[in-house]
Design a protein around this ligand. Sequence first.
Ligand SMILES: [Zn+2]
Length: 384
Amino acid sequence: MSKEITRREFMSQSCSVVGGSMLGVMISNRESPVSRAYKSPHDYIIVEGHRDIWEFNDRFDTRRKSQNSPLKDFLLPRLLEGGVDVVIIPAGGESVPERSGHERLFEGSMRVVDMLLTEIEKTNGKASIIKNKADIPAQPDKNRVKFFLDLEGGASIQIDPEPDYHPDRRLALLRNFYRLGIRGMQLTHHGRNQLADGWWEGKFSGKLSKFGVEVVQEMNRIGMMIGVSHLSATGIFHLAEITTKPIVSTHTNLTAFINTERQHNDEEVKAIASTGGLVGIRYISEKTTPYELLVKEIDYMVNLVGIEHVAVGWLGHDKGNPYIGQLPGVTKNPRKPTGVEAQSMYEHWNNFIGVLYKHGYTDEQISLILGGNFIRIWNEILAE
Ligand SMILES: [Zn+2]
């Protein structure tokens, strides 16, 4: 009940860009065929909500010298060609790949942070990380890519949860990750940690722990983005009540289209939107999530909560690295990439923009979906 009011309050304060005319625009554009050529990916600030790090891991796993700089030699050129401006990337976390295969969560995450920072250093300034408001891109930049480092799960910052532990020290690891440049943290991955329950524990499992609440307060205070992609619905509702800043689901689809517990239902989307946050929809496969379906998810969310709360998590593998375990020209190709996997990153974004146009979105609205909403939220969250 109070969530709805909060959301309306938020909308009334912030919807100057689109206002209430969205549906009218969509209908009128649908009736007339789209004749004009649409803008290219390079004309927008594009933010990828979540790019897993397996391309780095896979290339290092080949133990070939030619693959030793996966960012500089392989990923960066594709991102630049594709018009991607910012990549939100897991810099450690709870899944095995995100912690570089390490069994110990803290050490594994530290190794991944080092790997990413080392890779970024090799690019001579073409890649950098977003730390503060001044680092947020104000316009598209075809020569540079920025990374937003995001811990995928809070287990790496867990400290002895006993209440007699010195309260000022309980958040020490969180602050140290911040000092290394981490600006986002998803509270959980699939499972349970000392902060909260992931969706594997049941969509309606526990609320945030006392430690989880302290972490949220500290993230609000120091300027970090709180992520909920793998958090239980109960956790999302609790978090939406206590956070003072927008929360985000960088890479999740909707149960209305893909009916699994990993996706968000309407109530979760509304709770996230009530904080001023967003949901980034994510390509899964050609069969499950063709671009037509992803854009239908966007239409659905626009109707449910408004366009300010919609983003893109990820558009799929590309011909530079068509799927996990396959590096073109390096590892044997067990199947021929088709569809999105066979396209370049530029084609991904260009085709996706085309589908958005077909659904009646204007340039201004597309710019919000492709990156503008993340940019607005970072301007609210990050320190000066
Ligand atoms: Zn994830």
